[in-house]
Design a protein around this ligand. Structure first.
Ligand code: APR
Length: 246
């Protein structure tokens, strides 16, 4: 644990960014670890608007398999998800959780003040009416939009490469105002999330902490860093924060 900060006042505003690493111990795959998702499937084939235009059924099949995996009985929030929900419940100041993940494990653990900047695999987006609806079963070209009733216009509500993530203005405002920025379980490869730590540093008053299995691409930008499995280091960090302000 590399510490370089004074205790955080309990009124401090906290922004937390999470990535696939926080869900790894819940049984969901990461993207860039050895054997991860992008080691087996090309982004260009399943995670871009062009891929969907070219072969929608292949894209539907890719997300159908991941949705089925998420909904399987052995996938559940782990102690890291629970610790962040506990922090949100117990911390007097605002805690905003921004996740790059499309799973619902933060919600299942009790998180409320949550932004899914890359969308959510358990919702569907209609390309005609732009309606977003809950969606927990397989999707295909004949699937009907629950909002407008039309068939053939649905896609998974996930932000693909080249598309704008959700709620960026709200996120940047929170980053500029925060007193503590926690980055958990992300490799720091994908922007804009990978640039959030620099946004906080540029604002000049937020303390920045990386909690990850190993140093991320942006590890040197963080004032404090701790490495290990999220299910161990995140609860330990939250306990320390609640006991003595970090
Ligand atoms: N505990 C903590 N960190 C872990 C664990 C664990 N048990 N297991 C893996 N990690 C770390 C890895 O070391 C890696 O740094 O989690 C990070 C996962 O990185 P990626 O697989 O690149 O996932 P992420 O950073 O979330 O990817 C960002 O890229 O493909 C797009 O849209 C997709 O949201 C995703 C974005």
């Amino acid at each position: 644990m590399i510490r370089a900060n004074k205790p955080l006042s309990k009124a401090g505003r906290i922004v937390i960014l999470t990535g696939a690493g926080i869900s790894k111990e819940s049984g969901l795959e990461t993207f860039r670890d050895p054997g991860g998702i992008w080691a087996r499937v090309r982004v260009e084939d399943v995670a871009t608007p062009d891929a969907f235009a070219r072969d929608p059924q292949r894209v539907h099949a890719f997300y159908n398999a991941r949705r089925q995996g998420l909904l399987s009985a052995n996938v559940a929030p782990n102690p890291a998800h629970a610790a962040l929900a506990h922090l949100e419940a117990e911390w007097p100041g605002e805690v905003l959780l921004v996740t790059q993940n499309i799973d619902d494990l933060h919600e299942r653990a009790g998180a409320r003040n949550l932004i899914h900047m890359h969308g959510e695999i358990l919702t569907a987006l209609c390309t005609l009416c732009r309606g977003i609806s809950p969606w927990r079963h397989d999707m295909d070209a004949a699937s009907q939009c629950p909002a407008c009733g039309r068939a053939g216009s649905l896609r998974v509500n996930v932000v693909w490469f080249g598309e704008m993530p959700y709620e960026m203005e709200r996120i940047y405002r929170a980053l500029a105002a925060c007193d503590l920025f926690l980055s958990i379980g992300t490799s720091g490869n994908v922007y804009p999330a990978a640039g959030f730590v620099e946004e906080v540093r540029g604002a000049g008053h937020g303390h920045t902490v990386e909690l990850n299995l190993e140093p991320s691409q942006g590890h040197s930008s963080f004032a404090e860093r701790a490495y290990g499995r999220a299910s161990e280091i995140v609860p330990a960090f939250v306990t320390r924060l609640l006991e003595d302000g970090g």
